[in-house]
Design a binder for this molecule. Structure first.
Ligand SMILES: [Zn+2]
Length: 137
């Protein structure tokens, strides 16, 4: 179900709690909402739709991927760039990111997996994991 977006920086600054199996539908809502905003948005975290659980959704080469409890376990290739956020007003802001990351997460069947990402997809995942930790760019 497509949800309304939260823009309140106080709410978005709260660290999300771990997601559990009963939060499976949050991932579906997040994917539906992200797909509805695909013209302007490449990734979302659950707190952007009002749920303080660690769930993210993003586009990986056009495919919408949902991760529960994602955690970066390896990173390399630090670089400095600028990012915008659908939840925040104003223009792009400077951030430090990593070109290559390895992410541990639970998939939509709640099985733990580890995958590697590079480039733009890796950057989106880092931005969305920051949201889970209450970190805004
Ligand atoms: Zn954002």
């Amino acid at each position: 179900m497509i949800k309304d977006l939260v823009h309140d920086p106080m709410f978005l600054g709260i660290k999300s709690n771990p997601a559990a199996k009963e939060d499976i539908l949050v991932g579906q809502d997040l994917a539906d909402t992200l797909i509805a905003h695909r013209e302007t948005c490449v990734g979302m975290a659950a707190n952007m739709i009002g749920v303080t659980k660690c769930v993210i959704a993003f586009f990986d080469n056009g495919r919408c991927v949902v991760m529960y409890n994602p955690e970066i376990v390896q990173k390399s290739g630090e670089f400095h760039t600028e990012e915008s956020c659908l939840s925040l007003l104003g223009g792009p802001r400077p951030v430090t990111r990593y070109k290559n990351i390895r992410v541990k997460f639970q998939d939509k069947t709640f099985v733990w997996k580890t995958s590697s990402f590079t480039g733009f997809t890796a950057q989106i995942i880092q931005h969305e994991i920051d949201h889970c930790n209450g970190i805004l760019i």
